[in-house]
Design a protein around this ligand. Structure first.
Ligand code: ADP
Ligand code: MG
Length: 262
């Protein structure tokens, strides 16, 4: 069953059409790589999924529930948006950690805020906070940061900060974890440690949409690849199909340019 279906998604900024009817679906446990030149609309697509942008057309369906249907004209309230957003985790290019909080605090903060209104929290605050901290530690252990729980962001390398950002996203158990060029802001020697974490997530069947310029990595970890150009999905298929046997001229040119530059 598809965990995510995107149908006819459109986004216009004024008269600029940035997404021109995007369709795709993602199975539970599947990783999708989204590739394409700068300016093709990849970030805008992820921002629409995360309700950071409001699409101007189309539908977003998660687990068979239509969470956004632009044609219905229904305006979602803050609570609905917050709830919808929880289906998606987002790891940005820049890590965006809170500088005044430790590694563990950065990871547990959102969960603590979410639990604050529950009956359980009101009755058993200490137990709930302890449980959240334990879970935060477990997730940080998975991304290889159990030695850095009490460090502040400025004490961590870029690769470590990005792993904290991944742990923070995992902490909320999103249905779909999205990455927007997660290694583009890193020094080359630090990209490997972040890609390794994402690779591990793919191996444990985390459902992911990964925007990346790391083509070899995209080929290795993804189950399907979408190539996007000027707001349109030009080509899609298995990594083998898209990278080894592209059929569209635009895909061929994009890949050729990429591998020439490397
Ligand atoms: P990519 O991530 O593939 O590089 P983006 O989604 O960032 O592409 O951008 C796609 C296009 O949308 C670009 O032409 C960009 O200038 C435009 N764009 C993105 N955000 C906005 C915005 N808030 N207002 C106006 N134009 C935007
Ligand atoms: Mg982008």
């Amino acid at each position: 069953m598809a965990i995510l279906e995107v149908k006819g998604l459109e986004k216009q900024f004024g008269s600029l059409e940035v997404l021109k009817g995007i369709d795709f679906s993602l199975e539970k446990g599947e990783s999708m790589a989204l590739i394409g030149a700068s300016g093709s609309g990849k970030t805008t697509l992820l921002r629409c999924l995360n309700f950071l942008e409001r699409p101007t057309g189309g539908q977003i369906i998660v687990n068979d529930n239509v969470i956004l249907d632009v044609s219905s004209q229904k305006t979602l309230n803050e609570n609905e948006i917050r709830k919808n957003r929880l289906h998606f985790g987002l790891v940005f290019q820049s890590f965006n950690l809170f500088p005044q909080y430790t590694t563990l605090q950065n990871v547990t903060l959102a969960k603590e805020l979410l639990e604050k209104d529950t009956e359980d929290y009101k009755k058993n605050k200490k137990q709930v906070l302890d449980r959240i901290r334990e879970e935060g530690k477990e997730i940080l252990d998975k991304v290889g940061l159990s030695q850095k729980l009490d460090d502040y962001p400025h004490q961590l390398s870029g690769g470590q900060q990005q792993r904290v950002a991944i742990a923070r996203a995992l902490m909320l158990h999103p249905d779909i974890l999205c990455f927007d060029e997660p290694t583009s802001a890193l020094d080359p020697e630090l990209t490997g440690e972040v890609l390794k974490v994402i690779r591990g997530l793919a191996e444990s069947h985390t459902t992911m949409v990964i925007v990346t310029h790391e083509m070899k990595f995209a080929k290795d970890v993804s189950d399907q690849v979408l190539f996007m150009d000027q707001g349109v999905i030009v080509e899609r298929g298995t990594p083998e199909q898209v990278f080894e046997h592209p059929t569209e001229e635009r895909t061929k040119q994009f890949l050729q340019r990429y591998f020439e530059e490397k």
